[in-house]
Ligand binder design. Structure first.
Ligand SMILES: [Zn+2]
Length: 374
C-alpha cells in the first residue's frame, strides 16, 4: 500500500477522479487474496455441529434409533484461521483400543485454531457402546464389527447406521483420513499400518503414501487398491474414505488395551508430524525412510470353543510350520494345534485364554523388500 500515488501536492479534480479509480483498482487487486483466503478457510459442519474459522466446537454426532436403539458419536472440530485441508482422525471403532483415544484428547489440547491451516476433525470414540461395555470387535447391540460394515445402511441395524452416518457426514468432507486402531484387550499386536497404492487418482496415491511414511510405525502394509473389485463393499473405513476421494490409512498402536506414556508420546508426535506433512502446522516434517514392508497376511482360525495357549509373540519371526499355539477344551484336552502357514513376522496373537469357534488366533505376514506401483 505504500506505493499508492497519494504523496505530494493535491492534483486537480479530474486527475483526482482518475487517481481515485486507480486507488479502487489497486484496492480490489490487494483485497483479492483476502477474499480467496476467506473462501478457503471455511466453516465445517458435521451433523448439527458447525465450526467457523478460529473456533473449536465439540459435541455429539447423532445416530437416530431405527430397527434398534440409536447412539451418539463424540466429535470435535478445530477450524483453523488459515486455509488448508480437512484432516479427520477417527479413534475407537473398536471398544478397547485405547492409545488412539487418549492421543486424540492430548492432540485437542495441543492444536490451536490460530496456528492451524485447515480443519482438524476428531472422532474421539466412534463406538461408545462397545467402549462403555469394554467389548472387543463387535457392538453390544447388534454384535456386528464396525470396521467390516462400511459404507453402512441408512435403514440397517445400529452398526450399519453408525457407519452410514460416518460415511455420509464425515468422509466426504475429509481430504485426509486416518483410522486409528490398536491391540484390543485380548490382542498382542505390532505397531503397523495399512496404506493403499495403485489408487485410481495418482495424487491420492501419492498423498496416502506420504501419510503412511509420516508415521513412525515400524511395519507398513502396502495394499494394492486394484485387488478390490469396484463392485465389492468397502467394509473398511479407510477404503470407503479413498472411494470418496480422501487420502487414507489405517494404523495400529498399543497392545492389549494398555496405554503407556511412551506410546502416547509417539502417537501424539506422529499425529502432529502428519499435520506438518500436510501443511496444516508449520515446521519440518519427519519421513520414515526405512520402514519394514509386509505382505501376504495369513490368519489362523479356531474351530472350537475352549482355552487358547499362545506359543509365539508379536513381532517374532517364524518359519512356515512353526507351532503357533493350541486350544484345549475346558477340561484340558488339546483339541486343535496351529502351525504358521508361511514364514514371516507374527503381527498379532491372541493373548487371553478365552477363545471361541470362528475367531482368529493369530496372523502372520511376509516381509517384502519393496512394492511396485503400476
Ligand atoms: Zn481395531
Amino acid at each position: 500500500m505504500k506505493s499508492l500515488p497519494f504523496a505530494g501536492p493535491i492534483p486537480p479534480v479530474h486527475q483526482r477522479v482518475s487517481v481515485f479509480r486507480i486507488f479502487l483498482l489497486v484496492l480490489l487487486l490487494y483485497s483479492l487474496p483476502i477474499v480467496l483466503y476467506a473462501q478457503s478457510s471455511e466453516a465445517l459442519s458435521i451433523g448439527t455441529l458447525k465450526a467457523v474459522p478460529g473456533e473449536i466446537v465439540s459435541g455429539n454426532l447423532v445416530v437416530d434409533s431405527g430397527v434398534d436403539q440409536g447412539t451418539t458419536i463424540p466429535v470435535s472440530i478445530i477450524c483453523g484461521t488459515k486455509p488448508g485441508p480437512v484432516l479427520t482422525l477417527l479413534a475407537g471403532l473398536h471398544g478397547t483400543e485405547y492409545v488412539p483415544i487418549i492421543a486424540l484428547q492430548r492432540l485437542k489440547s495441543l492444536v490451536q485454531p490460530n496456528e492451524l491451516s485447515g480443519t482438524l476433525v476428531l472422532i474421539h470414540v466412534a463406538n461408545t457402546l462397545s467402549f462403555k461395555e469394554k467389548m472387543v470387535y463387535n457392538n453390544p447391540v447388534d454384535h456386528k464389527n464396525m470396521n467390516r460394515s462400511f459404507p453402512g445402511k441408512k435403514e440397517g441395524t445400529l452398526t450399519e447406521r453408525m457407519t452410514y452416518t460416518i460415511t455420509s457426514e464425515v468422509l466426504p468432507k475429509s481430504d485426509y483420513y486416518i483410522d486409528l486402531h490398536g491391540g484390543e484387550f485380548n490382542e498382542r499386536i505390532i505397531d503397523y499400518l495399512y496404506f493403499y497404492y495403485n489408487c485410481p487418482d495418482p495424487e491420492m496415491d501419492k498423498k496416502s503414501y506420504e501419510l503412511a511414511h509420516a508415521m513412525s510405525n515400524k511395519y507398513l502394509f502396502p495394499f494394492d487398491y486394484t485387488w478390490i473389485a469396484d463392485t465389492a463393499a468397502s467394509e473398511f473405513s479407510d477404503f470407503e474414505a479413498l472411494r470418496q476421494g480422501a487420502s487414507a490409512i489405517t494404523l495400529e498402536w498399543g497392545d492389549r488395551g494398555i496405554v503407556t506414556a511412551e506410546e502416547l508420546e509417539v502417537a501424539t508426535s506422529d499425529l502432529l508430524n502428519v499435520m506438518r506433512k500436510t501443511g496444516m502446522l508449520e515446521g519440518e516434517a519427519y519421513t520414515n525412510e526405512h520402514p519394514v514392508y509386509l505382505e501376504n497376511e495369513q490368519a489362523m482360525t479356531c474351530n472350537y470353543d475352549g482355552i487358547f495357549y499362545p506359543l509365539t509373540d508379536r513381532g517374532q519371526y517364524v518359519i512356515k510350520g512353526t507351532k503357533f499355539g493350541y486350544t484345549t477344551d475346558y477340561w484340558g484336552k488339546v483339541v486343535e494345534e496351529y502351525f504358521t502357514p508361511i514364514s514371516g513376522i507374527v503381527i498379532v496373537t491372541i493373548a487371553t485364554p478365552a477363545i471361541k469357534k470362528g475367531q482368529v488366533v493369530g496372523r502372520v505376514a511376509e516381509v517384502r523388500e519393496t512394492f511396485e506401483r503400476k
